[in-house]
Design a protein around this ligand. Sequence first.
Ligand SMILES: [Zn+2]
Length: 221
Amino acid sequence: MMREWKKGLWDVLFPVAELPGMMSGLGDRWCERCGEPYEGEMPEIFRCSNCAGRRWHISRARAAYRAEGAVRELIHEFKYNKEFHHLPQLTSWLEEGFERFYAEESWDALVPVPLYPLRKREREFNQAEELARMLGRRRGLSVWKVLERVKKTETQAKLRRSERLRNQKGAFCVKSGFDLKGRRLLIIDDVFTTGATVDACAQVLHQAGAEHLAVLTVARG
Ligand SMILES: [Zn+2]
């Protein structure tokens, strides 16, 4: 009873910004690579203009929600105000995406996008790592912290798209001692915007031998 009341209150306070086309299912379409949703008549499989001519290292990226409204707010509060109590809700949104797009495949591990060490010290935690850990616990999946951020990049939010792509070059490497040959890895982050960050991660994982790489985020920008 109490729980239902609380849930009702939650829905009033934080109406969820649903991704058109990703939540309502039938008849809706999204870019098969980056997951950008489109409404209306679209071929079964298509690539959006953002993806045309771009060389991706991920097979696809998916999220169940847009980074709007309550979703955007909670991510922001979690990340920048250290409002850690939002983690279960954020993980539930992440898990919705997992259930919908990735649950039927087998995965060797979840790989969180790392923060640059100095930034992690400032922030005290890595949001992607926390999300991966909680999702991993819920779904019985391993979390491999195999990536290292070796370049202090500008905050992506301040950059234009072309700058974002350049900014991530050489930003990551795979820690030594990990054999990723033939592995199927699901890269985890909070928000997918241009995909530059996660694709830079995928590139080094691929170079280290990983065979199948996809991305799951709580939301997409
Ligand atoms: Zn696309």
